[in-house]
Design a protein around this ligand. Structure first.
Ligand SMILES: Cc1cc2nc3c(=O)[nH]c(=O)nc-3n(C[C@H](O)[C@H](O)[C@H](O)COP(=O)(O)O)c2cc1C
Length: 199
């Protein structure tokens, strides 16, 4: 039995939804299992099929596999807390977006590039869940270090680093992280959605 099957998921939805939405969560413990490049590409493939305004597909990704140079370049940008657990992940995926499209030789700003890229990350996370993996997004990194390490092209905006891998044994985590290795709750739907008005 793997450790994550022992973690109690007390999440309940206010309305009937597919179980994937409440069973996915963002743990910090990873097993030593590596991922192949094909397995990582399958996650990015799911992201690729996200919807975007005018089908602009502004999302851009760069990834590293644990043990390779790209992984180290990405891990080097993480804040110490995130690095402490995320460097044990099998892969690190950087999520960015291109903020413009080229139209008639000119660069035109795409106001939805962040919204669109958020959808792509959501697809990636759910695909990881379906593949029996976990994906944990992080905004805790030094953007200037990451941009320099990856030669971020001009016009690209960084959004997150996603740690991906097989969910590890909770007991192998430091005690302080063990307490946080549980699925978090959400605001009640009535607090975030109103009929004809924002609440
Ligand atoms: C854009 C983004 C940035 C995040 N940054 C961090 C981070 O730097 N460190 C961390 O431990 N978790 C980070 N998280 C994880 C969130 O805290 C987590 O997704 C949230 O608490 C909801 O929990 P769940 O994903 O387990 O449902 C981030 C999540 C997102 C989507």
């Amino acid at each position: 039995m793997t450790a994550h099957t022992a973690i109690k998921n007390t999440r309940t939805a206010d309305h009937p939804i597919h179980a994937q939405f409440t069973s996915r969560f963002s743990p910090r413990g990873f097993t030593a299992k590596s991922l192949t490049e094909r397995e990582v590409l399958a996650l990015l493939e799911a992201a690729r099929w996200a919807p975007s305004a005018s089908n602009n597909q502004p999302w851009r990704f760069a990834y590293g596999l644990r043990g390779d140079e790209a992984f180290t370049k990405i891990a080097d940008s993480l804040v110490p807390f995130n690095r402490s657990w995320a460097e044990k992940a099998a892969a690190l995926i950087v999520v960015a977006s291109r903020s413009t499209v080229t139209k008639d030789g000119a660069e035109v700003f795409v106001p939805t590039h962040v919204f669109d890229t958020g959808a792509a990350w959501g697809y990636l996370a759910l695909q990881a869940h379906h593949a029996g993996l976990v994906a944990h997004a992080m905004a805790g990194y030094d953007a200037s270090v990451l941009a320099a390490n990856l030669n971020l092209p001009e016009g690209y905006q960084l959004h997150a680093i996603v740690a991906v891998g097989e969910h590890g044994d909770i007991e192998k985590l430091p005690e302080v992280l063990q307490a946080r290795e549980v699925p978090s709750d959400r605001f009640a739907l009535a607090k975030i959605a109103g009929h004809g008005k924002f609440v």
